[in-house]
Design a binder for this molecule. Structure first.
Ligand SMILES: [Zn+2]
Length: 341
């Protein structure tokens, strides 16, 4: 029940869900990537040190707990105040405010667990303290209504950054496909798709050239791009891994908090774009990647698939699949622009 009835909440979820880690050779050594993957994908049972059962939070805050199986969400309600969480997502809707978390909400055996860091905020909110008042450290109680009209954002120019290039092939599959080639070809298709939707496009490279990591966000800034979209392909020892992953910056030195928040929204819009093309994003998550951290505009990095998976590698060789990926990404970027803030 719950969520679908509340247009505002549903809208916010659509736009802004975060979660999880991954990546190719953009920043980490392959050993580190493997270690992170293992940690993420064999999800630990929630430790009571770091997680609280949502049912306990509900009891303490005197709130009603409900789950919406269709939407995959859990909701706490006290009077007109609602908190909505979705397992697998590192964010919570506290009233009209999206709180981005370091760790994702978890579900085990039908019960939801939230990171302990969030609990004081949830309880205070459900008991009637406003988020603004909490932020100020006082105990006021004026809650700001959330209804905002949909206004398209100004997104004129998109900087596409195909990973690697030149002397740096990126990941290379056992069957010989190079990341630098697959992502360049997909990125060029993305540029065409975006131009068809009225965007201007600049590219950090449009041929087989090596570009330093730091130069990539610098090119975007110099070209006064409104968005930065890096395109990579993944690899990992375990050949069963496949799927698309989207990363947004953990912190964004170049842009600050407001820009970083928009990066999260862009990531979610791109997930929607993939969904619209029938493609599932297996991971959507904050990650400490230099190209994202340094970007001065909303920035995401998309891993378009695993070169280490036989089937996906085959897909990534195909023009039709690259085209589908490009169209999906362009759709997500257009959604980010058109749905607005
Ligand atoms: Zn890469």
């Amino acid at each position: 029940m719950a969520v679908t009835r509340y247009a505002g909440i549903r809208f916010a979820w659509m736009l802004l869900l975060p979660v999880l880690v991954g990546g190719c050779a953009v920043a980490a050594s392959s050993e580190r990537v493997v270690a992170e993957r293992t940690r993420v994908d064999v999800a630990p049972a929630p430790s009571s040190l770091s997680y609280a059962a949502l049912s306990d939070v509900a009891r303490r805050a005197d709130a009603r707990l409900a789950s919406d199986e269709a939407a995959g969400t859990f909701e706490l309600q006290a009077g007109s105040r609602k908190v909505v969480v979705m397992p697998g997502v590192a964010a919570a809707l506290v009233g009209s405010r999206l709180v981005v978390l370091r760790d994702e909400v978890m579900a085990r055996y039908g019960r939801a667990y939230v990171p302990r860091a969030l609990v004081p905020e949830i309880e205070a909110f459900l008991k009637g303290k406003s988020v603004e008042a909490l932020a100020r450290g006082s105990g006021g109680s004026s809650e700001r209504p959330s209804t905002q009209g949909v206004r398209p954002r100004h997104v004129g120019r998109v900087c596409i950054d195909p990973g690697h290039g030149g002397k740096d092939p990126g990941a290379v599959s056992r069957w010989g496909l190079q990341e630098k080639e697959a992502v360049l070809s997909t990125a060029v298709m993305l540029a065409t798709e975006l131009r068809g939707r009225g965007f201007e496009v600049v590219m950090t490279r449009d041929d087989d050239t090596f570009i330093e990591l730091n130069d990539r966000p610098a090119i975007a800034a110099r070209q006064r791009a409104d968005l930065f979209v890096a395109v990579h392909a993944n690899s990992i020892r375990d050949s069963s891994f496949q799927g698309i992953e989207i990363f947004y910056p953990e912190t964004q030195e170049g842009g600050g908090v407001g820009v970083r928040r928009q990066s999260v929204e862009l990531a979610e819009a791109m997930r929607q774009g993939f969904a619209g093309a029938g493609l599932t994003v297996r991971k959507l998550q904050a990650r400490d990647l230099r190209v994202l951290k340094l970007a001065e505009m909303p920035a995401v990095l998309v891993e378009i698939g695993y070169l280490t998976n036989r089937d996906e590698e085959r897909d990534l060789r195909s023009r039709a699949h690259r085209q589908r990926l490009a169209r999906a990404m362009a759709g997500g970027i257009a959604l980010f622009r058109d749905v607005g803030k």
